[in-house]
Structure formats: structure tokens, C-alpha cells
Design a protein. Structure first.
Length: 295
């Protein structure tokens, strides 16, 4: 039940807390929910002009990379973006192409950046999703705001969160693998590093020498190197597009790779997962996979 899906199903309404827990959270199955955020003022209000007026010159954290890949394998390193502090209106100038830049900019800082960096916008959405909070018996650990260029790509990874991903405008394109695909998805250990901008404006990759190596997935699911990672040929990823006004339930431990339309705006809610049988199953699968790789 943790992996046998051929497509991501749609729900036409938000479920009751009990129904959601029983049908989706407990069996660890994703779904796209329509009409769950149709009452949010953000769906009508959050144009780039509105965001410019409300947030304006406030300095916010923006991830900047030369290639659109933040937190991804590059040149045999796990490379994190430059976290640039800049006025929000300057960031919008780049998104709206009023200013050109060879680099890729993405407001994607997690750790609840909506509530911490954009509190002016919280009233246009919700501080939590009530039926999810009731289903899980807890409030979200983080509520995050996402806005960026179409070149910004999220590399394949998994999270220890139950994720409700709500698209306000534009589209998000998800490629998904269930936890049961772990034996087909290779991890390797990488030296962590960060992009730094040189004086001439070019990027250099600077090692974080005091940090431990990071396990990450080197494979690009859009263009997999099957000679190097032949097991991935057996994987059957699910692909779905989440449109404005829709919510994706992305269960904990599901691998996901994300692309977006230009200027897509989204908010997501991270609820801490339960470290229950699903987690134990994944840990067993992970351990067996590592044992087979070293045998």
C-alpha cells in the first residue's frame, strides 16, 4: 500500500479529519485536493503588484544560484545556494524581468519564512489547515512561502514531514516516488559547499570544511544516467501538476522533484510526521538497501 499507485488522485473537497487520516495519512498516499483553499483571500489578492505594495522594500532572504539548482549535487559537491538578503521589490524586479540577471533567484527559505519574514501575508491565508491539525492532533512546524523563476528546480529528495502544498498562482510540477522505491534510488555522500559570489559577479563553490558529509541523491529523474544508476530503470515515478487553487498532500518520506511556472506563488504547511510503523518500514528498507550496496 505504500507504493502501488499509478496516478495521483483528486478529491473535490477537503475531507473530514478522520477520513483524511484513515484514507490518506495512515496508508501514506498522496492526493490533490480541490476547493480546500478557495476561501483564501490570497487567491484573488496575491498579484506581484499586491506583493510589491504590501512587502515592498522589506529585506528578505533569497536563494541565488547560477543554474537554478539549490541544495543539489554539482561538481561532486552538495551545493547550497547563496542566501542573499535583498529588498523584496528588487527580487520582484528580477522575476518581472524589469532587471536582467544571469543568475536564478528563488524565495524558498524554509523554517517558516511565511510567518517570520512575510507576516503581512499570513492574514490572506491561514496559520494552519484546521482539518489537518485535527487529524494529526498538532499544529504545523512550519509555514513556508515560495516564489521564484521557472529555472528554479528542486532536486530529488524526501522530507520527514506531512506536507500540504498549496498553489496560489501558476503551476507546480511534481515528480514523485513512494518510499518503497528506496532500493532503486541511490544515495552518495558529498562534501557540503555553498555558492559564493566573486567580485566579478561569477559564482564559486566554497567547501564547508568543518561540516560532515551529506547523503544526497545524485540522480536527475528527468534525465537519469541509467548506465551509472541502472536500478532506476525499474522505477515508475508519478507525475502531477498542481494548479492555482489546488492543494497537494505530499506524504512523509515520499521522494519528490519539483519544477514550476515562472513567478509561481505557493504556501506549504509542514506537519511533523509520526515515527510509527511507516517510519520503521522505511528504515528497514533503507538499511537493507545499504547492506546490498556494500555486499
Amino acid at each position: 500500500e505504500l507504493g502501488l499507485m499509478e496516478f495521483v488522485p483528486y478529491l473535490d473537497r477537503p475531507p473530514s479529519p478522520l477520513e483524511f487520516y484513515r484514507e490518506w495519512v495512515s496508508p501514506n498516499r498522496p492526493c490533490i485536493i480541490r476547493n480546500a483553499i478557495s476561501h483564501w483571500p490570497a487567491l484573488e489578492k496575491w498579484t506581484l503588484a499586491y506583493l510589491r505594495d504590501v512587502v515592498g522594500a522589506k529585506v528578505v532572504s533569497v536563494a541565488v544560484t547560477p543554474n537554478g539548482y539549490a541544495d543539489a549535487v554539482f561538481q561532486d559537491r552538495f551545493v547550497m545556494p547563496e542566501e542573499r538578503q535583498m529588498p523584496f521589490m528588487d527580487f520582484l524586479d528580477i522575476v518581472e524581468k524589469k532587471v536582467t540577471s544571469p543568475n536564478v533567484f528563488y524565495v524558498q527559505k524554509q523554517c517558516s519564512n511565511l510567518t517570520k519574514e512575510f507576516p503581512e501575508l499570513v492574514c490572506d491565508v491561514q496559520p494552519d489547515i484546521p482539518w489537518m491539525s485535527e487529524a494529526l492532533g498538532k499544529k504545523p512546524d512550519a509555514v513556508n512561502f515560495w516564489l521564484g523563476e521557472s529555472a528554479a528546480v528542486t532536486s530529488l529528495h524526501k522530507d520527514h514531514y506531512e506536507n500540504l502544498y498549496c498553489v496560489i498562482s501558476g503551476e507546480k510540477h511534481f515528480l514523485l516516488h513512494p518510499p518503497s522505491d528506496r532500493p532503486l534510488i541511490s544515495y552518495e555522500l558529498y562534501q557540503p559547499a555553498t555558492y559564493h559570489v566573486s567580485e566579478d559577479g561569477s559564482f564559486e563553490v566554497v567547501d564547508e570544511r568543518s561540516a560532515d558529509k551529506v547523503p544526497w541523491i545524485p540522480l536527475d529523474p528527468l534525465n537519469p544516467n541509467l548506465e551509472k544508476y541502472p536500478d532506476y530503470a525499474q522505477a515508475k515515478p508519478l507525475q502531477c501538476t498542481v494548479k492555482a487553487g489546488e492543494m497537494l498532500y505530499l506524504p512523509s518520506l515520499w521522494f519528490h522533484h519539483v519544477q514550476q511556472s515562472h513567478g509561481c506563488i505557493a504556501v506549504n504547511y509542514w506537519y511533523d510526521m509520526e515515527y510509527d510503523l511507516k517510519y520503521s518500514y522505511y528504515q528497514l528498507l533503507d538499511s537493507l538497501t545499504k547492506a546490498m550496496e556494500t555486499a
